[in-house]
Design a protein around this ligand. Structure first.
Ligand code: DC
Length: 220
């Protein structure tokens, strides 16, 4: 069984997918974490991704990115190093978005994602899961919320982690990433025609979770 959950950043995809996977006994696969790992690899090498696409693609060809399922979600590994705690910064978010626009990078990571989904029941979240990675997934959900609501959630999340940030800046970066992700030429962020649209702007976490669970159970 494959469940595809797509949508823009901050819509609640990963926290909801994680809990749904636990409830349903599925493996959760966070594809954004893979692009974040690729972005971090480029940042560490000092590659200016937007202007050095070939260098970025060549580097991503050589690094080893792996997802390891764990009790508290999953660990993301880069060349054997656990980088789970390093990939949620605004800098890595933008690098992930930039590197994800490079077709060669996407092809490599999509191959890995399909292999992960081939042998188990998965809930996979990302931007192009329903449209490109797993087009035959029987259950597809497109999760969204207004940019302001998503920025508010990101702002609270960052503040709770003790990171100093400014709401207007969070909102501006989120809009830039939305634009980047939905206007790239190859496998952009787009709602799959056969997906169910869920807008969580006026739902809290529990309400969103129950709503998604009922959609999934109805189709299982
Ligand atoms: O879901 P996230 O915010 O962790 O994703 C980080 C970036 O990775 C996002 O801005 C775009 C890219 N991404 C993608 O292009 N395709 C995916 N399936 C998942 C993420």
């Amino acid at each position: 069984m494959q469940i595809a959950i797509d949508g823009p950043g901050g819509a609640g995809k990963s926290t909801l997918s994680k809990k749904l996977a636990k409830q349903l006994g599925f493996v959760y696969i966070d594809t954004g974490a893979m692009y974040r790992a690729a972005g971090l690899a480029c940042l560490r090498k000092g590659i200016d991704i937007r202007n050095q696409k070939d260098e970025a693609a060549a580097l991503v060809e050589t690094v080893l990115i792996d997802l390891i399922p764990a009790e508290a979600g999953q660990r993301i590994m880069l060349d054997g190093e656990d980088i789970t705690g390093l990939i949620r910064t605004p800098e890595v978010s933008m690098a992930a978005s930039d590197v994800s626009a490079i077709p060669a990078v996407r092809l490599r990571l999509v191959e890995l994602q399909r292999a992960l989904a081939a042998t188990r029941d998965v809930i996979m979240d990302g931007r192009d899961i329903g449209t490109y990675v797993l087009p035959d997934a029987p259950i597809k959900i497109f999760l969204t919320a207004t940019p302001e609501e998503r920025a508010k959630r990101r702002y609270i999340e960052l503040t709770e982690k003790g990171e100093a940030c400014d709401y207007e800046q969070v909102l501006a970066e989120l809009k830039e990433r939305d634009h980047n992700d939905s206007t790239r030429a190859f496998a952009p962020l787009k709602q799959a025609e056969d997906s169910v649209l869920v807008d969580t702007s006026s739902l809290n976490f529990e309400e969103s979770f129950e709503h998604l669970l009922s959609i999934i159970k109805e189709r299982l």
